[in-house]
Design a protein around this ligand. Structure first.
Ligand SMILES: [Zn+2]
Length: 500
């Protein structure tokens, strides 16, 4: 901790004596200093002038070529002694200009006068939260959306269902939440033994741990996210990670004793499985306006399918030679259903197995190879590689409940999504980056935030800032400054103050 303490002392004492040129995360494209500085008190009395005009913004861009989605997010900001001027092509750009001001004002009390011209590098800048293994709930989610917005992140991937609990209200199947959203043990690993799920208890059982989002909760979160230009992408897992679904509806498992030895898989041989998934998705589509539905697709073991008469009959009827082909059949069929309702699918990179659905977007988590393959095949990809962006992995070997590999802030910061394996012509298929907080080991809000921050700052900068604006040592200084601000706002940031 000593090194961090020294760095903190360098960053904060003497507090604000010399305003830094910029303490912004993510680093803006262009930042130029103007004469003088202005105090927040003075600035508050000056107000702001906002102009929303694509033409006016294009004039400020002076011939720089931006994609349409970049223009929408771009902004020009002038901070002078007489106040603030903002020019943008869209409300979204104005929003990001205000986030820039908010961050500047929260780190320094006297601001250097400046001009900023800024736009994002990637359209997808995301965070995923696993709400199944441990449940944090609505106010926690909103708090993290607030920080995401400040960091100019714009996609929240909501992992709502998985083996340890179904956590969203589905009116067609109330058994899902009534029977699987609660359990006797609070800590996940006390519940799950040997990778086989433990017992659930019914909603209303005294002392039970758990919870789920009602439709009203989801509507509240969506409206909060929408005000912050964040799209919420729900995930409904299939065909694996469905222990909880099989608990509520054992008939959706394969036609084998006990549903087969693999405890998580649904049976893609049965029509009733598709009827169930489609009814669930229709309600999800009604709840979430995002063009995307994440259908999971990861870690299906497929052993049951080799033995199940229904799966074997399906494979024969469809001319499928392997169980990988059966997984591909299921994903492609679900994609057709999504398309019929104006939606596109995202899946974990296992959806490449047996042939990828034509329009699917791949979330590349096994390193980056699967993502590169999908890009070469003309698919959109979001990079979320385990060794860089799995935020359940520990930041410090001595950390509270360390798991996985050591993924410190510098490692997260070092990830570059456009590698040699991506040609210039294919680069537009790289939609962006996402950090994933799986919560096997993460029981409460304190721990969850400690895993998120400051590493999410690094992912935000990789998603937004141009490569030439990235600089680890400068970022480290800015991350320490923002960490301190985030702590004042009530976030837990690693290293937590209690461990410094
Ligand atoms: Zn089956």
């Amino acid at each position: 901790m000593k090194r961090i303490l020294i760095a903190l002392a360098l960053a904060f004492g003497p507090m604000n004596a010399q305003p830094q040129p910029t303490n912004l995360i993510p680093a803006p494209v262009e930042y130029s200093v103007r004469p003088g500085s202005v105090s927040l008190d003075k600035l508050a009395g000056q107000g702001e002038k906002v102009r929303i005009s694509p033409k006016a913004l294009l004039r400020r861009l002076e011939g720089r070529k931006l994609a349409d989605w970049q223009l929408k997010s771009a902004y020009w900001l002038e901070l002078g002694k007489k106040g603030v001027k903002i020019v943008a092509a869209d409300e979204e750009g104005v929003f990001y200009a205000r986030q820039t001001l908010k961050m500047m004002a929260s780190v320094d009390s006297t601001l250097t006068c400046c001009t900023i011209l800024d736009w994002p590098r990637f359209p997808y800048r995301g965070v995923m939260l696993d709400e199944s293994r441990h449940f944090q709930g609505k106010s926690f989610v909103m708090k993290q959306l607030e920080m995401m917005a400040l960091l100019k992140m714009n996609r929240f991937h909501f992992h709502l269902v998985d083996n340890p609990g179904w956590r969203v209200q589905i009116d067609a199947y109330p058994r899902l939440t009534k029977l699987t959203a609660w359990r006797p043990q609070a800590f996940f690993w006390d519940w799950e033994k040997n990778e086989i799920g433990g017992p659930f208890v019914e909603e209303g059982t005294p002392g039970a741990y758990g919870g789920y989002y009602t439709k009203q909760d989801i509507a509240d979160i969506l409206s909060f996210a929408d005000e912050r230009h964040i799209e919420v992408i729900p995930e409904i897992e299939m065909p694996g990670h469905n222990y909880e679904t099989r608990y509520a509806f054992p008939e959706l498992a394969c036609s084998l004793p006990g549903g087969g030895k693999d405890p998580w898989e649904l049976c893609p041989g049965k029509e009733s499985t598709f009827e169930f998934l489609e009814k669930v998705l229709l309600e999800i589509f009604d709840m979430f306006p995002s063009q995307y539905i994440h259908i999971g697709g990861d870690e299906a073991r497929k052993n049951n399918w080799k033995l199940c008469p229904d799966c074997q009959a399906r494979m024969k009827a469809e001319g499928l030679e392997s169980v990988e082909g059966l997984q591909s059949y299921m994903i492609k069929r679900m994609e057709r259903f999504a398309h019929e309702h104006g939606k596109r699918i995202i899946g974990w990179d296992e959806i490449l197995q047996g042939g990828l659905a034509p329009d699917a977007t791949v979330m590349s988590w096994h390193g980056i190879e699967a993502g590169l393959q999908a890009v070469r095949e003309g698919h959109d990809v979001i990079f979320t590689p385990t060794h860089y962006y799995y935020l359940d992995y520990h930041q410090d070997p001595a950390q509270f409940r360390p798991v996985g590999r050591h993924v410190p802030l510098e490692k997260v910061y070092s990830f570059e999504p456009i590698t040699e394996g991506v040609s210039e012509a294919d680069a537009h298929h790289v939609l962006g980056v996402q950090g994933n907080l799986w919560t096997e080991h993460v029981q409460d809000a304190w721990h969850a935030e400690m895993m998120l921050y400051p590493r999410v700052f690094a992912i935000a900068e990789t998603g937004w800032s141009q490569t030439e604006r990235k600089d680890w040592h400068d970022f480290e200084r800015r991350a320490l400054a923002l960490s301190n601000v985030a702590r004042k706002w009530g976030y837990t940031v690693y290293p937590p103050l209690s461990q410094q």
